[in-house]
Write a protein that binds this ligand. Structure first.
Ligand SMILES: [Zn+2]
Length: 215
């Protein structure tokens, strides 16, 4: 190989490298995640506590209806939830998750047990959970203990409502803190359930019945 040829040969490699490099840069920008894409919360933050009730038998269905305790949500819901959790972390608290995205078939099963729209969304209309924009949550302190909220998660009675007055002041304060930070980060509360929050920009996203893969 002559020196000139060796030089041209190396130059060729250099350009191949450059073109591959620029191509991968373009691919990266094209594969930016859409706000409405379903993602796993764990891929974006490890700062949440999980107690996914429907991945156990400890729920009102008395059945394990999820194969694993993953929290899938639309990407925009994940971003808003992480922003809220950052605010709670500054106060020495964290969000604990009870439920996130919920396939439509599970909604139908819930509706057959509790056919009351105050507590379970009618599957013909769909819940924001089925759209990837709702979360059921509480707060835990640094030792991982839940803050007192007055009732357990999925308590079907007036005591679970935001407007219920006959509660200790501490409970009212805890509910108010959860609500204040969630609303400041783009969520709406739900009058009859202190644990439920809907992403305001997710109310009209498509219903889904996709099940996620368990690792
Ligand atoms: Zn909910």
């Amino acid at each position: 190989m002559t020196t000139t040829f060796r030089f041209l040969f190396s130059l060729g490699f250099f350009f191949v490298f450059l073109s591959c490099h620029s191509q991968s840069a373009i691919v990266t920008s094209k594969t930016e995640i859409a706000d409405t894409a379903f993602v796993n919360l764990k891929d974006y933050s490890l700062d949440f506590v999980y107690d996914m009730k429907y991945a156990t038998e400890d729920n009102f269905l008395k059945a394990k209806v999820y194969d694993c305790d993953e929290c899938f949500l639309r990407y925009k819901t994940v971003k808003a939830l992480i922003a809220a959790n950052e605010e709670f972390k500054e106060k020495g608290l964290r969000i604990k998750l009870f439920d996130c995205y919920r396939p439509l078939d599970i909604q139908k099963r819930m509706w057959t047990i509790v056919s009351n729209p105050e507590y379970v969304a009618d599957p013909s209309k769909g819940s924001i959970h089925n759209r990837g924009g709702a979360v059921d949550i509480t707060l835990v302190n640094k030792r991982g203990r839940e803050l007192k909220m007055g009732t357990s998660f999925d308590f079907f009675g007036p005591e679970a409502g935001h407007l219920y007055e006959d509660l200790p002041q501490k409970v009212k304060d805890n509910r108010a803190l959860l609500k204040e930070v969630m609303i400041a980060n783009g969520f709406n509360s739900f009058d009859s359930e202190w644990w439920h929050y809907n992403l305001k920009s997710g109310l009209k996203d498509k219903l889904s019945n996709e099940k996620w893969e368990c690792k």
